[in-house]
Design a protein around this ligand. Sequence first.
Ligand code: F6R
Length: 243
Amino acid sequence: MNIIKVKNYEEMSQKAAEILLDKVRQSPKMNLGLATGGTPVGLYRELVQDHQQNGTSYTQVKTFNLDEYVGLSGDDPNSYRSYMNEKLFNHVDLPRESTFIPRGDTNNPGQECTDYEALLKNHGGVDLQILGIGSNGHIGFNEPGTSFQSETHVIELTASTREANARYFNSLDEVPTHAITMGIASIMRSKEILLLVSGESKREALAQLMEGEVNENFPASILKTHPCVTIIADEAALGKLAI
Ligand code: F6R
C-alpha cells in the first residue's frame, strides 16, 4: 500500500481530486467506484469546482456506488442516491443513466444484490474505487466478520455504524438496520483503490490497518493484499504512526 501523508481534510480532498481527475482525463470512459459518508464530501466539492472552472467532462464515465440503505427510496433525503445527486451528480455532466447505486426500496433485496454484481461484471468492473473506512474497519458496509469472498449482499449494520450515521437522521431509530453493499471480493476486483482517511476518530482504525494482520474481523485489512492501493491520510488520522 502506498501512503500519502497530508496536513488536513482539505489537503486530503485536493490530493484525492488530483489523482481522480488525472485518471478521468487519461481514460474518459473509466468506471469510477464511489463512496458516501463524510469523508469524500470535500473530494466531490473539488470535482464540482474543477468541472466549473476547467470543464473536465464525465459524459463517458460510469459510476458505481458501494452501498445503499435497505428500505430507502432514491428520493429519500437520507438515501445515498440523494447524497450523490446533491454532492456531485447534479453539478457535473455525468448522464444520470450512467450512475449506478443499489436500489434500497426494492422488495427483493437478494435479487437486487445479484443484479448489481452482474452489472459490475458486465461493465468490466471498477477502474478506480474511492473508499472511506469505518472506525471498526468496515469498507463499504462490510462489517467485521464479513467473508473476504463476499460479493454484493445485504448486511445488518452494527450498532456502532448506526450510531455513527445517526447524525444524518432525526433519531437513531430512523437509521435503517440493513444495507446493500458491494462485497469484499467485489471491492477487491477494482483495478485501483484510493482510501481516504481523515481525523482523530479514524486514528485507531488506520493504525490497525497499517500494523495489524489480515483478518476478516477487520475488513479493511484485506487491502494489504491488493496490488494497487493508495491511502491518503491526514495528520490527525496518522497520529504517531511512523510512515
Ligand atoms: C459509504 C461507505 C462507508 C464509509 C465509512 C466511513 O459509502 O461505504 O464505508 O466510507 O462508514 O464513513 P465517514 O466517511 O462518514 O466517516
